[in-house]
Design a protein. Structure first.
Length: 237
């Protein structure tokens, strides 16, 4: 049986303030081994045989994306983002459903350059069989503490980590269902923090597929060194 049309969306319209980027250089363009982080993330998705194309969502004033050259097995294009991640993904969904006739979409963070093919295969194998799709995630292993909101915060409670998972990307969904879920949440004035959140609010129950610790989100300055070490080894697949 032929695979459905699977298209990847990479939101890259933000600034990544927690990484303390250089002025005028958003996080997704920070270099890793001499190449922008966004380039690594896009090429990992484009390397999978089931992915028909990748669309990057960029800020209206982005002048850096046009200078990138991707070593990709499928077409890579772009569309303009919105005020929030949810708006940006919705814009991209409308574009890829029309321009690429996408049946399913993989939404992946621009700041996860170390995605492995093993976990991407797991996600596609499970998600394409599930009516609401699936996301990569890791069971929470650390003890969780709730703070009081001060700085520095004082501990007010220890939270149970039973059945808790830390969401990763890619997240895989039927394109039509995700479009409806995001539209509903934005019309209600409740932009979700990730695409799975929109699906959950719409009454859908995506699967949790075990990811990998190497597929972490580059957030803090020290994460750049770890990502470079992983990319330099290139022993992961």
């Amino acid at each position: 049986m032929a695979l459905p049309r699977i298209h990847a969306i990479v939101p890259a319209a933000g600034q990544g303030l927690r990484l303390a980027s250089r002025p005028g250089l958003p996080k997704q363009y920070r270099p890793l081994l001499g190449r922008p982080m966004l380039q690594w993330s896009v090429e990992r998705l484009a390397a999978h045989h089931a992915v028909r194309g990748v669309t990057v969502v960029v800020a209206p004033d982005d002048s850096a994306f046009a200078r990138l050259e991707f070593d990709a097995e499928c077409p890579v294009d772009w569309t303009e983002g919105g005020d929030t991640r949810a708006h940006s993904v919705l814009n991209a969904l409308e574009y890829v459903r029309q321009a690429h006739r996408a049946d399913w979409v993989l939404v992946h963070d621009a700041a996860r350059p170390c995605l492995g093919m093993e976990e991407l295969n797991r996600l596609l194998d499970a998600g394409l069989r599930a009516p609401a799709g699936a996301i990569l995630a890791l069971p929470v292993s650390d003890t969780l503490k709730r703070g009081d909101g001060a700085s520095p915060a004082a501990i007010v409670a220890t939270q149970s980590r039973d059945d808790l998972w830390a969401a990763q990307t890619p997240q895989l969904f039927p394109a039509g269902l995700l479009h409806q879920a995001l539209s509903d949440q934005l019309q209600a004035g409740k932009p979700p923090t990730d695409e799975a959140g929109a699906m959950e609010a719409g009454g859908h129950h995506p699967l949790l597929v075990p990811g990998a610790t190497t597929n972490f989100k580059v957030t803090w300055p020290g994460d750049l060194l770890l990502a470079e070490a992983l990319l330099r080894r290139r022993s992961w697949s």
